[in-house]
Ligand binder design. Sequence first.
Ligand code: MF3
Ligand code: CO
Length: 256
Amino acid sequence: MIIRKSPAELEKMRRAGLLVHEILERMRGMVAPGVSTLDLEVEAEKMMKDAGAKSAFKGYYVPAAGGKYPFVLCTSVNEEVVHGMPSAKRVLKAGDVVSIDTGVSINGYFGDSAVTIPVGEVSDEVKRLLRVTSESLEMAIEQMHSGNRLFDVCGAVERHVVTNGFTIVREYVGHGIGTSLHEEPQVPNYVDRRNENPRLKEGMVLAIEPMVNAGRPETKVLSDRWTAVTRDGSFAAHFEHTVAVTANGPWVLTRP
Ligand code: MF3
Ligand code: CO
C-alpha cells in the first residue's frame, strides 16, 4: 500500500528535506583534494545533532549486509555506486567523483537525497556522466503529477540514460518515503513490467534516485558487505531527491 501524506505531513517532511539539502550543500563546499570521506561524515553528523535531527541511515538494519549501517553518510567514490562507507583512509584527489547520500528524520518524518560531486577537474566523459544522471532525475521529477503513473517516472530516467549511452543499475532502486525511510512503492530507474504501475496521486512521496554507470550495468558488493561497486570498474553517478505529488505539481522537498 502506498501511504499518502496530508499537506501538514508534507510540511513536516519539508523540514527534514531542507536539512538534508543544507547538509549536502555544506558537503559540496568541503569536497576538495586532501579531504577524507570521514571529514565529511563528522561535519554531517554535527549538523544533524545541532538541528535536533536523527540520522536515517546510522543504525539502519539491512539484512543483506547482516547488520546496521554505521554512518550518517554513504560516500561512494569513483567505481563505488552506493553504500560506500566514510573512512579517514579515503582521501579525495583531483579527478575523483564522490557520491554523498544522506537522510534524516525530524519528529518522525524523513528526507533523503544524494549528489555526486566532482573533485577538482574531472574528465569530460565523467562530467557528461554526472550531467546526464542529474538530468535524468530532473526528467523523472517532471513526471510527478497526479494522474501520471509510476512507470512515467521510471521510464523518464531510463530513456534519458539509455539514449546517452550509459547504463542503469538494476540491483538498487528508489522508494516511497514518509514516516519510514523506505515505504512502498519501489521506484526502479527502468520500467519493470513485472511490477504494478500505480497511478500517482496527491500526497504520494517518492525518493527518486538514478544510479548510473559509465560502463556495464552490473554491480557487486565488496567483502565489507556494504560497498556496491561496478563490476567492470567504470565510474558511477548517483543523484536523489525526495519528491511529493501535490495539486500544484511536483514538490521537491529536498531543495529550496
Ligand atoms: N539513500 C539510500 C536508500 O534510500 C541509502 C540508505 S542505505 C543505509 O536506500 F543503510 F544507509 F540506510
Ligand atoms: Co534513498
